[in-house]
Design a protein around this ligand. Structure first.
Ligand code: PLP
Length: 387
């Protein structure tokens, strides 16, 4: 008997990052600038709160929507940091990372054939998640000359009568792009005019540099009622392994998402939820100190890349830089493969983030400065040898 996989699953490619890192894992002494996760362990006070909760025997299921206390913490956090008000009883769902929340929102919203727009280069999961939810992914290319921001005219052009959702992620993985409040006003007006629902993935919002304030589309006039605000603790609080994210949205949509979550997952793990309460209520200083370190690394790596002739915007947020490598004459995959095999530095080919990532590679600075310095020395030798 041959097992026949569903067509829409069979046709999805595996993540380009995963394939690449399977090669990395077979090699010794590689410096990896490829990882999209903090090199810090979760701050001690957060781990300690989780240990204490475990000691008290808190090991069971929680409410499907998440611990009520955590939902109150999320509501307070989102009000203080973003100026958004959500009812913790009906408008917040705690998920297994932002990853699950994206899937829930798409599955709750899409009928087969509905189109979902997203700006590209983008996080690797967006197009496959749309396909898995039976939607049709439609990329809008963003460009280095616009700082990889989403242009209103490009959005307007991409909208069709089948467009239902726009997915956003600023600061952006992999480009580090951010958007200003004025740019959001323009995008929001288009979404309202065309009745588009917005999914905004705010996972890097705490990691904006130079004291820059993060601005979200959810606060624009007419937007909160058509926005799914997605956030999580993985990046800013260095909590990737705890698997806690959350979605804030109008109650009927949270109810629909909850039905999928209830049958597929039941609830996010209680240990992560207990840790998240401590993080959101008392984690500001820990986040600020990690952000200062990321900023120091960002300043170093951006300068080093530009000095070796790889044009590179200084990212305003996230922990990624996205230098242009076209001057080397190599494709982004050739560049990454040769750099890995000849100089043992791992970066991610820009095409892992969609075809419009060609001509770039992603370097993460969620790695210690010592390692970044050695990686930049090796990369300069590699690039110098190509000229
Ligand atoms: N969204 C973006 C833009 C990401 O870069 C990532 C992880 O790299 C995620 C979501 C996944 O986050 P989580 O760990 O909360 O599932």
């Amino acid at each position: 008997m041959s097992i026949r996989i569903a067509d829409h699953v069979r046709d999805i490619p595996r993540s380009g990052i995963r394939d690449f890192f399977e090669i990395v894992q077979t090699m010794d002494d590689v410096i990896s600038l490829g990882i999209g996760e903090p090199d810090f362990a979760t701050p001690w006070h957060i781990r300690e709160a989780a240990i204490y909760a475990l000691e008290k025997g808190r090991t069971g299921y929680t409410s499907n929507l998440g611990l009520p206390r955590l939902r109150r913490s999320i509501s307070d956090y989102v009000r203080k940091k973003f100026g958004l008000r959500y009812d913790p009883l009906a408008e917040i769902l705690v998920s297994v990372g932002v990853s699950e929340a994206i899937d829930l929102a798409l599955r709750a919203l899409l009928n087969p054939g509905d189109e979902v727009l997203y700006h590209e280069p983008c996080y690797v999961s967006y197009a496959p998640s749309i396909t898995l939810a039976r939607g049709v992914p439609r990329a809008i290319e963003t460009k280095a000359e616009d700082g990889f921001s989403l242009r209103a005219d490009a959005l307007e052009k991409a909208i069709t009568p089948r467009t239902k959702v726009l997915m956003l992620n600023f600061p952006t993985n992999p480009t580090g792009a951010t958007m200003t409040a004025a740019q959001w006003e323009e995008i929001a007006a288009i979404c309202v005019r065309h009745d588009v629902v917005v999914l905004t993935d705010e996972i890097y919002s705490e990691l904006t540099f130079e004291g820059g304030t993060h601005s979200t589309i959810a606060t624009c006039p007419g937007m909160q009622e058509r926005t799914v605000f997605l956030h999580g603790l993985s990046k800013a609080f260095a909590m990737t392994g705890w698997r806690i994210g959350y979605a804030c949205a109008p109650a009927p949509l949270i109810e629909a998402m909850m039905k999928i979550h209830q049958y597929a997952i039941l609830c996010a793990p209680i240990m992560g939820q207990d840790a998240a309460i401590e993080a959101l209520e008392r984690g500001d200083e820990s986040v600020a100190s990690m952000r200062r370190e990321y900023e120091r690394r960002r300043n170093f790596i951006t300068r080093a890349l530009n000095d070796m002739g790889l044009e590179c915007l200084k990212p305003k947020g996230s922990f990624y830089v996205f230098p242009k490598i076209t001057s080397t004459g190599l494709t982004s995959r050739e560049f990454s493969m040769q750099l890995l095999q000849e100089h043992k530095v791992a970066v991610v080919p820009g095409t892992a983030f969609g075809p419009s990532g060609e001509g770039h590679v992603r370097c993460s600075f969620a790695t210690g400065l010592d390692q970044i310095k050695v990686a930049m020395e090796r990369m300069a030798v590699f690039v110098g040898g190509l000229r």
